[in-house]
Design a protein around this ligand. Structure first.
Ligand SMILES: Cc1cc2nc3c(=O)[nH]c(=O)nc-3n(C[C@H](O)[C@H](O)[C@H](O)COP(=O)(O)OP(=O)(O)OC[C@H]3O[C@@H](n4cnc5c(N)ncnc54)[C@H](O)[C@@H]3O)c2cc1C
Length: 330
């Protein structure tokens, strides 16, 4: 019976963290449709799929289709497309769930086309209505949310990071591991990975952090970001910024949140000295609670914020940090 298939990548003895979120969301769909929940595991040739597959079984997958090849470890989208096409032809899924990460962005639409299915991007919630899978996704740069159903199967859906509740792990669960042989011709590569540069980063990653502090032009200079760093340290938060702060050269470009930066989906986002331009708020539509600190009571960020402080960050942020240190005993 066509089931729900989630796409996972092997990371050491486990999988990418988003795989558990996809299993969590996929389980709800599988239950409502009365169909199996399965996974495709993508890994390089040196990986033993047994460990990552065990994690996927523990997370609720009944069957794991493993595609393994040396070229799947080097980030080639063409190789991943070939391998996933082979795995999906074997699994014949009704729905394929990808995380909206680099693999999902590059490969999911091409896979949907190959399989003659349909495509929904950037889902933040999934449900079944009258037998259709319905996805909620941001529209108009996050100003509105829309609900869309795609009817041609398989329905390929990319899901934003941290949008779905991860599946609870039950190590007693097991399942069937199916090796899908893949023969990947290097001639299919249209993209060549020239160099991979790991960003030197401490603390939580912006895209997956539970708490994010963002600084804008109103922070007033690179030196003033030290205050935000202290607040981030106390809250265990990641630091982000508006494009204006990046353009000023105060912080690295990798901190940028927004339409042309990163999308965050934290439980809490504290926007400091950020006006709330639509290009910035396009990156925070997945945030659960937004707090804004801004001197201008008319700043558009207050229309999006759940809590707001009208005031100078130089007074508000140190006071907030000091009080949080007291409360959290740090
Ligand atoms: C194609 C395109 C793509 C873009 N993509 C992005 C993107 O991905 N991300 C992004 O962020 N922007 C993006 N932008 C830029 C965006 O339009 C805004 O210009 C930018 O977000 C503004 O940054 P800001 O809010 O930090 O600065 P400003 O708009 O200058 O706002 C600064 C705020 O700080 C407040 N302030 C001043 N002093 C203080 C103080 N002492 N204490 C507290 N508050 C204070 C002010 O009241 C003001 O609201 C894009 C623009 C274009 C055209």
């Amino acid at each position: 019976m066509p089931g729900i298939v989630i796409v996972a990548t092997a990371e050491g003895q486990g999988t990418n963290p988003a795989a558990l979120e996809l299993l969590g969301g996929g389980a709800g769909l599988a239950k409502a449709l009365g169909c199996p929940l399965e996974a495709v595991l993508v890994s390089g040739s040196g990986t033993d799929p047994a460990g990552p597959a065990a994690k996927l079984f523990a997370g609720g997958a009944r069957r794991v289709y493993s595609v393994r090849h040396e070229r799947l470890g080097n980030g080639s989208p063409e190789a991943a497309l070939e391998a996933l096409t082979a795995a999906c032809r074997r699994a014949e899924p009704r729905v394929v769930l990808f995380s909206a990460d680099r693999l999902g962005l590059e490969v999911a639409p091409r896979l949907a086309h190959r399989l003659g299915g349909s495509m929904i991007t950037d889902a933040v919630a999934l449900e079944v209505r009258d037998g259709d899978v319905v996805a909620t996704r941001p529209a108009f740069g996050g100003k509105a949310m829309e609900q869309v159903a795609a009817r041609a199967t398989p329905q390929v859906v990319t899901v934003k990071l941290r949008a779905l509740e991860p599946a609870a792990l039950d190590e007693s669960r097991s399942g069937e591991l199916v090796e899908v042989p893949v023969d990947l011709d290097p001639g299919v590569d249209r993209v060549k990975l020239v160099e991979r540069v790991e960003e030197a980063a401490e603390g939580p990653k912006l895209e997956t952090a539970r708490v994010v502090i963002g600084g804008g032009r109103g922070v007033g200079g690179a030196e003033n970001f030290k205050q935000l760093e202290e607040l981030a340290r106390v809250l265990g938060a990641a630091l982000g910024a508006s494009r204006a702060a990046v353009d000023e050269g105060w912080v690295p470009a990798s901190w940028q949140i927004g339409q042309t930066g990163k999308a965050i989906a934290s439980d809490l986002y504290i926007a400091v000295g950020i006006s709330g331009a639509s290009q910035h708020t396009a990156g925070i539509s997945g945030v659960k609670t937004i707090v804004a600190i801004n001197t201008d009571p008319e700043a558009p960020i207050f229309e999006r914020a759940h809590l707001g402080v009208v005031g100078d960050h130089k007074a508000v942020v140190p006071a907030l940090t000091a009080r949080l240190k007291e409360l959290l005993g740090k």
